[in-house]
Ligand binder design. Structure first.
Ligand SMILES: [Zn+2]
Length: 211
């Protein structure tokens, strides 16, 4: 299987997919060759770019015929879309991004563009799960410093629950998720923790050319 989707995450005029290890960037570019494809040089920051690619960890677009791409191998692709397809945002969610506030940063930018959180839907893609994500002192420390709950099991961080809690606290209308652990499913996903140091999976969120 090349692409996983959440069938309930279907705002009008919006499409998405979470690429498995069998879906290459070349295939993505081929599939959307008539689209404007925005990509990032991801650096675990909270920087979000609007209508352009570049260095950062989030993308926002309001233009039809645009595809936003997030690369992961344990981190979480996080998608936001307006319920009527007015705007989309795609985020790279690792512990640094979640701890330093990439989700509230994106929601704030969307609010400043005129979109209320209650009109937005979120979709959380596959990531490393609480079963496999033991983290070190610097991660606890970062959550403590930012006054955030460390959700997990013992020393294991629960990335999906952390993202979901933040989205709920911000008042996002609907939250959909695909809670599959990338490390537990080697036939589906690459996993940095399992030893895939350079390979990445490609997830996409787009606005159809014609609504
Ligand atoms: Zn696992």
């Amino acid at each position: 299987m090349k692409i996983l989707k959440i069938s309930t995450f279907a705002p009008e005029g919006v499409f998405h997919g979470f690429g498995t290890r069998d879906f290459t960037l070349k295939e993505l570019e081929e599939e959307f060759r008539s689209y404007r494809i925005l990509q990032l040089k991801q650096v675990h920051s909270t920087k979000i770019l609007v209508e352009k690619g570049g260095e950062g960890d989030g993308l926002i677009s309001r233009k039809r015929g645009t595809v936003l791409v997030i690369k992961t191998a344990d981190c979480m692709p996080i998608f936001l879309a307006h319920r009527d397809g007015e705007v989309i945002a795609a985020l790279h969610g690792g512990w640094r991004g979640l701890c330093n506030g990439i989700i509230p940063a994106a929601v704030k930018m969307l609010q400043e563009m005129g979109f209320s959180p209650s009109e937005l839907e979120a979709a959380l893609g596959p990531s490393i799960g609480p079963c496999c994500y033991e983290v070190g002192e610097e991660v606890f420390e970062c959550f403590r410093r930012n006054n955030l709950l460390f959700l997990g099991r013992g020393k294991n961080l629960d990335l999906p629950s952390t993202a979901e809690l933040q989205l709920k606290e911000l008042g996002i209308g609907k939250i959909h998720s695909l809670p599959l652990c990338t490390r537990c499913h080697p036939w589906l996903f690459y996993s940095y923790r399992r030893g895939d140091r350079n390979a990445r999976m490609f997830s996409f969120l787009g606005l159809l050319e014609i609504k």
